[in-house]
Design a protein around this ligand. Structure first.
Ligand SMILES: Nc1ncnc2c1ncn2[C@@H]1O[C@H](COP(=O)(O)OP(=O)(O)OP(=O)(O)O)[C@@H](O)[C@H]1O
Length: 253
C-alpha cells in the first residue's frame, strides 16, 4: 500500500542570536523520515523543544525544510524547501483556535473566503459546502452567523476542524489541538475525530503530551529527541517495550 504521506530525510535549522552582532545555526530537525498510511494516525512525541511543532509547521507548509522531501500519495510536495503551491491536502490545527480567527468575522464568512480563494465552487455550492462541513463537525448551520467569541472552547476547536476540513484534505496535523480542552470536551472531540477518520479515511499526525490520547488514537509513534528520531514503531509495541531511554522516560511520566 502506498503511504498517503512520506517524509524523507527532512532537516531544518534556524538562525538564532548568539550575542550582540552574531548569530548561529540551531539544528532543530535532523534526518527525519517516516510514513503515514491512509486512514491511520501517527503520533509524534518528545520532550519540550524536541522539534515537534517545527515538524508540524513544515508538514502543513507554514515553514520550509532545508533539506529532505515530503511526498503526498507518491507525488513530491516539498523538496529541499521548494513546495508545490496551493497544496490543500495537509491542514494544521493547533492549540488555540481563537488566536487564528478574526474576531470581527462570522465563521460562515471566514469559511466562504477559504472556498472563494481555493476552489471554483459557485455561490450556492459554497453555501452547501459550508452547511455540510458545519454539520460534519457537530455544529449547526446557524453557527455560520456566529462570531468567534460566541463559541465555547470545544465549539471553537470544532470551528478550527471545519476550517481544516472544508477543503477536503487528506492529512490533518493536530498540534496539541486537544490539550486546552477539559477532559469531557476532549473525549467528545476525540470521538468526533475518530468518526471523521472512519467516514472519510482521513490521516492524522497527532502531536501531544497526553499519552492516553496517543494510546487511544494512534497506530504508530515517532519519538523525537533534540530533532532526531530516537524510536519509531507501532503504538502497542512501543508502549509494551520502549527501546530508547527517552521513550522509557516519556512513557513513565
Ligand atoms: N522561528 C524560530 N526561530 C528560532 N528558533 C526556533 C524557531 N521555532 C522554534 N525554534 C526552536 O526550535 C526548537 C524546537 O522547537 P519546537 O517548538 O519545534 O519544539 P516542540 O517539541 O514543539 O516543543 P513544545 O513541546 O514545547 O511545544 C526549540 O529550541 C525552539 O526554541
Amino acid at each position: 500500500m502506498q503511504p498517503v504521506l512520506k517524509v524523507q530525510a527532512l532537516s531544518k535549522e534556524f538562525n538564532v542570536r548568539a550575542g550582540m552582532f552574531r548569530s548561529k545555526k540551531l539544528k532543530v530537525l535532523s534526518d527525519i523520515s517516516f510514513c503515514l498510511n491512509e486512514g491511520q494516525t501517527i503520533a509524534i512525541i518528545g520532550e519540550t523543544g524536541s522539534g515537534k511543532s517545527t515538524l508540524a509547521k513544515i508538514l502543513a507548509g507554514a515553514e520550509r525544510c532545508d533539506t529532505g522531501q515530503i511526498l503526498l500519495e507518491g507525488h513530491i510536495l516539498e523538496d529541499g524547501g521548494h513546495r508545490q503551491p496551493n497544496c490543500r491536502d495537509i491542514r494544521l490545527i493547533f492549540q488555540s483556535p481563537a488566536s487564528s480567527l478574526n474576531p470581527s468575522s462570522p465563521i460562515g464568512k471566514m469559511l466562504n473566503e477559504i472556498l472563494l480563494h481555493n476552489t471554483e465552487l459557485s455561490h450556492t455550492e459554497r453555501k452547501e459546502k459550508i452547511n455540510t462541513t458545519l454539520l460534519k463537525v457537530g455544529l449547526l448551520s446557524e453557527h455560520k452567523l456566529y462570531y468567534p467569541h460566541m463559541f465555547s472552547g470545544g465549539q471553537l476547536q470544532r470551528v478550527a476542524l471545519a476550517r481544516a476540513l472544508i477543503l477536503d484534505p487528506k492529512v490533518v496535523v493536530l498540534d496539541e489541538a486537544l490539550s486546552a480542552l477539559d477532559p469531557s470536551v476532549r473525549a467528545q472531540t476525540v470521538n468526533l475525530l475518530l468518526k471523521l477518520q472512519r467516514e472519510s479515511n482521513l490521516s492524522y499526525v497527532l502531536i501531544t503530551h497526553h499519552l492516553s490520547l496517543v494510546k487511544h488514537m494512534s497506530d504508530s509513534i515517532v519519538v523525537l529527541d533534540h530533532g532526531h528520531i530516537v524510536e519509531c514503531g507501532e503504538t502497542h509495541a512501543v508502549f509494551a517495550d520502549p527501546q530508547s531511554k527517552i521513550t522509557q522516560r516519556l512513557l513513565n511520566c
